[in-house]
Write a protein that binds this ligand. Structure first.
Ligand code: CP3
Length: 350
């Protein structure tokens, strides 16, 4: 459980972390800022490149605030990206229009020697500046979530050089040369600690660690590449900033959920769409704050099925420490009115 100081205790999003039951549950959505909003597309076009948007505090703050103005979510999430960390470390990272991220891949220790923690200062401070600006501009009742990608998930992009369906390049390096791969993970772990710590110093109220590809590993590999580095990050942040809630998002890893929560020390866990509601209930009954897990495709589809599922999730989690969210990020073709509709539904029925 987390102790909240004066101002923070006004923010409903934070109450479940202090052991307080909240009805209706707080609500925010992963990728609540993004291409489904016309106002985002406008600022994105002005910025030119996606990374330019991430590193321009005024614009990054503006797109963070857009969904708060439109929908009044209980939390804002800093607008940035998990690939800011390898970019700041010195890897070449590009976002190609309509194609997703492209990186000059790091495949061995020689490639890895080009990355360094000492390079991160300027880019990390631009992100902290966005956080500071947001804390000034956000309504007092809105919590601000900072984030990073988990070392494993970031490593899958660093090694593959792009998104992949099976993360094979990273999994292969981890088997071929575990000690070398451990050096990459150690560097990403250190960088993530500094990145998150800077966000908290600048005013983030809570943190989320996105491990989107946690579900692709065998159990021993999960232990070494997901649990261990996440536990290190949580321990370091708890030591430096006690009281700041940390949410883990081990996507696709419902069978390991219990082990993940116990071994990493996260205060909350975000559950993906494939996580059964009874598994979410069990985790919440054990005192962990649970977030999730509406299917983003159902949000896009809308209609009665959407309303019914929102009600079903809220009912299942009534009286438990719960935050309403999706099981993964909002997809670009989602009608904004469907988002407004579920926020209203959670608030009136939840
Ligand atoms: O609103 C928010 O959630 C905050 C901002 C945020 C973004 N990315 C903005 C973004 C967050 C928290 C992320 C996390 C992220 N980024 C993850 C973890 C969560 C997940 O979705 O699994 C991952 C794996 C990435 C890496 C990444 N960034 C990919 C694979 C892509 C391309 C796919 C896509 O949706 O375009 C991005 C680009 C990206 N990050 C966009 C946004 C709004 C779209 C780019 C654009 O506007 O041109």
């Amino acid at each position: 459980m987390c102790d909240l100081d004066g101002e923070a205790s006004e923010r409903r999003f934070l109450l479940p972390f202090a052991g307080k039951a909240v009805s209706p549950p707080p609500v925010w959505l992963m990728r609540q800022a993004g291409r489904y909003l016309p106002e985002y597309r406008k600022v994105r076009a002005e910025a030119g490149s996606f990374l330019k948007l991430c590193y321009t505090p005024e614009l990054a703050a503006e797109v963070t605030l857009q969904p708060i103005r439109r929908f009044g979510f209980d939390a804002a999430i800093l607008f940035s990206d998990i690939l800011v960390v390898p970019d700041a470390l010195g890897q070449v990272v590009r976002f190609e229009e309509g194609e997703g991220p492209r990186l000059d891949p790091i495949r061995d220790l020689e490639d890895l020697s080009r990355l360094a923690l000492s390079k991160t200062g300027t880019k990390f401070s631009l992100v902290s500046e966005t956080v500071a600006r947001l804390r000034r501009e956000l309504p007092g009742e809105t919590a601000l979530i900072g984030f990073c990608g988990a070392p494993w998930t970031v490593a899958t992009y660093v090694v593959e050089g792009r998104g992949s369906s099976d993360q094979s390049a990273a999994r292969h390096w981890a088997y071929r040369d575990p000690d070398g791969f451990a050096q990459l993970i150690a560097l990403l772990t250190e960088a993530s600690i500094e990145y998150l710590s800077g966000q908290v110093r600048a005013g983030a109220d809570a943190l989320q660690i996105f491990d989107s590809w946690a579900g692709s590993l065998a159990d021993d590999q999960f232990e070494r590449w997901v649990i261990d580095p996440t536990a290190k990050i949580v321990q370091a942040i708890r030591g430096r900033h006690p009281g700041v809630p940390i949410i883990g998002f081990p996507r696709g890893a419902a069978p390991f959920l219990r082990r993940y929560v116990d071994a990493t020390g996260v205060h909350g866990v975000s559950c993906d769409t494939s996580c059964p509601l009874d598994v979410m209930q069990a985790a919440a009954q054990g005192g962990t704050v649970v977030q999730g897990n509406l299917d983003p495709l159902l949000l896009m589809a809308g209609g009665d099925a959407l309303d019914l599922r929102v009600d079903r999730i809220c009912e299942a989690m009534t009286g438990l420490p719960f935050i309403f969210n999706l099981g993964h990020g909002i997809v670009p073709n989602t009608p904004p009115e469907n988002v407004a509709r579920i926020v209203e539904r959670v608030r009136t029925k939840g």
